[in-house]
Ligand binder design. Structure first.
Ligand SMILES: [Fe+2]
Length: 259
């Protein structure tokens, strides 16, 4: 997909991640009603001055394997009237997700060209496992998308973090082949940043010249650097991303007050 975005234009993207919706809109995950929490995030975005031209959703859209949860996701996001690029997480049911979220305004693991930027959605999930691994086929698809694009700068979006988080339990359910993936991203010479979900916490560090960015969930957060699973008290959040024409990226997390 290409367009006529001016080469010097900043591309503004809203990242939402890990909404964990249920078929039952009143259902809670660790004490947070996930439907309400996502709605409050969207309310905040809509009432702010900052405007995105598209949305990236980096996985774990649903929690209960149900088609209705995907219908609710579609209903919630449709109100923004923006393209919504969806990437699966370990809690997603990929065939269901693909069938519900492949028609506009939604797409599934698509590649989008916007001026000097190419945004590529990658599937890092493995059936039946919380941890991830990017298949050779998916890595080859990424290389082919980049080779086939004139974009100077690439943003890769995936669910699992491509680096260790320093949290023992989370690192056992991270990306199995993260070292290979990081070397493949660096080898392209054009990937500037990788954006992920899964970890329900904020992360933004440079690794080998690549900006690696993780984003808190629209529902509950996990305690950073924890040896064992632990929930944090931080509220729901979303991320504003601005992709600049020179290949740099500005970003900010917006925290929503607890209900
Ligand atoms: Fe999640």
């Amino acid at each position: 997909m290409s367009d006529e975005t001016a080469a010097n234009e900043t591309v503004r993207v809203l990242q939402l991640t890990d909404p964990h919706l249920f078929a039952d809109k009143s259902a809670a995950l660790r004490g947070t009603v996930t439907w309400e929490s996502l709605a409050r995030v969207l309310d905040h975005y809509e009432s702010s001055d900052w405007r995105a031209e598209r949305v990236l959703v980096t996985g774990d859209l649903i929690q209960d394997d149900s088609e209705d949860a995907y219908r609710h996701f579609s209903e919630a996001l449709s109100r923004l009237d923006l393209p919504v690029h969806c990437i699966p997480g370990n809690h997603d049911v990929r065939p269901l997700m693909r069938s519900h979220l492949s028609a506009p305004p939604f797409d599934y693991c698509a590649s989008i060209e916007r001026g000097p930027w190419l945004i590529v959605g990658i599937d890092s999930c493995v059936d039946g496992h919380a941890g991830g691994c990017i298949s050779d086929d998916e890595l080859e698809r990424l290389d082919a998308e980049i080779r086939g694009s004139d974009a100077n700068h690439v943003l890769v979006c995936l669910h699992h973090p491509p680096v260790e988080m320093g949290s023992a339990w989370l690192d056992t359910v991270g990306l199995d082949n993260r070292e290979l993936v990081m070397s493949r991203l660096a080898a392209t010479g054009r990937v500037r940043a990788a954006l992920f979900g899964h970890v329900h916490q904020a992360y933004d560090q440079e690794h080998g010249g690549l900006r690696i960015i993780g984003t808190p969930s629209t529902c509950r957060q996990f305690l950073p650097m924890s040896e064992e699973f632990a929930v944090d008290d931080l509220p729901p959040a979303y991320r504003r991303i601005e992709l600049h024409a020179d290949g740099s990226l500005s970003t900010e997390i917006v925290w929503i007050e607890h209900a």
